[in-house]
Design a protein around this ligand. Structure first.
Ligand SMILES: C[S@@+](CC[C@H](N)C(=O)[O-])C[C@H]1O[C@@H](n2cnc3c(N)ncnc32)[C@H](O)[C@@H]1O
Length: 346
C-alpha cells in the first residue's frame, strides 16, 4: 500500500496531539526571546515528531546542511526561524505530510517540487524507473536507428517521466495527466531538471489516459517535433487503491488528491483501462510496465495475459512485494492467441 511504504506517513498519525508553538521541553527555549539554539529546538520537537523529520525541517528553515545541525548546534537562532520551525512542527504533529511542509520530495536523486495537487512520489516507484531504464539499455533498443519513445500515463509531479528523461537523455518522452494542476507541477519540475536535453523536452498532454494523445504533430513541443505515433514503452503508476479502503483516511494519504490514489472502484479499473488501450499505442515489440498494489500482481498479470501480452512478469520491490508487472506486445502473437496461455516468465 502507498501508505505503508512511506516513512513520513507513519511518524505522526491522525491522532497526534497538536502542541502549540513554543510549548517546549527544553528549559531555555520556553522563555520567548531568550537564547534558543538548534539543539534546544530539536529537543523540544522530539516528543511530537520524529528526530529525522525535525532535523529535516530545521535544516530547511535555517538553510543549513544537515551536518551543520551538529556542528552549529549551540548557535543562538533568530526568533523568526524559531517561530517558523515551531509552526511547522505543530503542522507536522497534526498530520500534514512533511513533503508538503518542505515543498519537495527526493525521487531517483532528483528534488521534485510537490503540492496538494500531486501524489508525493514514493520510493517503491523507483522500481518502475529502474525497469524502464534497464529495458532501454538493452542492446536491441540502443541499436535501433530512431531514439525510443516512452509514454508515462498519469505523471503527477512528473517523477517517472523526468527520472527516465534525465537518465536516458536521447529518449523521446511524452507524459500525460487528467489534472491541469498536476501538469503545472510536472512542467515546473521538468524545467528545473531538464533545461535542455538532446532528446528534446518532455511533451506534456492533458486528458483521460490515451485520450490525451493525438496522432497529429504537437504544437506544444519546442522545435515542433511530432508526437510519436506509437511508443516503444508505456509506463504508469495509476490510482490503484480501492474505493473506501481505510488507508485513504490515514497518514499522508489524507492530504493527497483522491484522484491520484483511488480509481473509485475496485482498485483495478485504471490498471485495466491502461492495459486494454495499450495495443493501440505500442509499436510491435513494445513493452508496458505498471505499478500496482501489494496484492494486485496476479490480477494485473491476468489482465495482461488476457490482452495477449507476451513474457508477462512481475518484479519485487525492496520489501519483497510484487510491485510492478508488465509484458511485451506482439501484434501477430496477440491475434493468433485467442485462448490465452502465452509463455509466461516469473
Ligand atoms: C498514483 S498517481 C502517480 C503520479 C506519478 N506518476 C508518481 O508515480 O508519483 C496517479 C496519477 O494519475 C492521474 N490520473 C488519475 N486518473 C487519470 C485519468 N483517468 N487519466 C489521466 N490521468 C489520471 C492522477 O491525476 C495522478 O497524477
Amino acid at each position: 500500500m502507498r501508505s505503508g511504504s512511506d516513512p513520513a506517513a507513519t511518524v505522526a498519525g491522525a491522532g497526534a496531539t497538536v502542541a502549540s508553538a513554543g510549548s517546549g521541553t527544553a528549559g531555555r527555549a520556553c522563555h520567548g526571546t531568550s537564547a534558543i539554539t538548534a539543539a534546544d529546538l530539536l529537543a523540544r520537537a522530539r516528543p511530537r515528531i520524529g528526530a529525522r523529520e525535525a532535523a529535516l525541517l530545521l535544516a530547511e528553515v535555517l538553510g543549513w546542511r544537515r551536518t551543520e545541525l551538529l556542528t552549529r548546534d549551540h548557535e543562538v537562532l533568530p526568533p523568526a526561524s524559531v517561530a517558523e520551525f515551531d509552526a511547522w512542527v505543530a503542522r507536522r504533529a497534526a498530520g500534514e505530510p512533511i513533503a508538503h511542509l518542505l515543498g519537495h520530495r527526493e525521487f531517483f536523486g532528483l528534488r521534485l517540487r510537490v503540492n496538494a495537487h500531486v501524489l508525493i512520489p514514493r520510493p517503491e516507484t523507483e522500481l518502475l524507473v529502474e525497469a524502464a531504464l534497464a529495458w532501454l539499455a538493452e542492446p536491441q533498443q540502443s541499436a535501433r536507428p530512431e531514439a525510443p519513445a516512452v509514454l508515462d500515463l498519469g505523471t503527477g509531479s512528473g517523477a517517472i517521466a523526468i527520472a527516465i528523461a534525465a537518465q536516458a537523455p536521447t529518449v523521446r518522452v511524452v507524459a500525460t495527466d487528467h489534472s491541469a494542476e498536476a501538469l503545472a507541477v510536472a512542467r515546473d519540475n521538468a524545467q528545473t531538471h531538464l533545461p535542455a536535453r538532446p532528446g528534446g523536452p518532455i511533451e506534456f498532454r492533458q486528458g483521460d489516459w490515451y485520450a490525451a494523445l493525438t496522432r497529429e504533430p504537437s504544437a506544444t513541443v519546442a522545435g515542433g517535433a511530432p508526437t510519436p505515433q506509437r511508443f516503444d514503452m508505456i509506463v504508469s503508476n495509476p490510482p490503484y487503491i480501492a474505493d473506501g479502503d481505510p488507508h485513504l483516511e490515514q497518514g499522508d494519504l489524507r492530504y493527497e488528491p483522491q484522484g491520484a490514489l483511488t480509481d473509485g472502484a475496485d482498485g483495478l479499473r485504471a490498471l485495466a483501462a491502461i492495459i486494454a488501450g495499450a495495443s493501440d499505442w505500442l509499436r510491435d515489440g513494445g513493452v508496458l510496465w505498471l505499478e500496482h498494489g501489494y496484492d494486485q500482481a496476479a490480477a494485473v498479470r491476468a489482465l495482461l495475459d488476457a490482452q495477449g501480452f507476451q513474457a508477462v512478469a512481475s518484479h519485487r520491490d525492496l520489501a519483497g512485494i510484487e510491485r510492478i508487472s508488465g509484458g511485451r506486445w506482439h501484434r501477430a502473437a496477440a491475434s493468433s492467441s485467442t485462448s490465452g496461455a502465452p509463455p509466461v516468465t516469473r
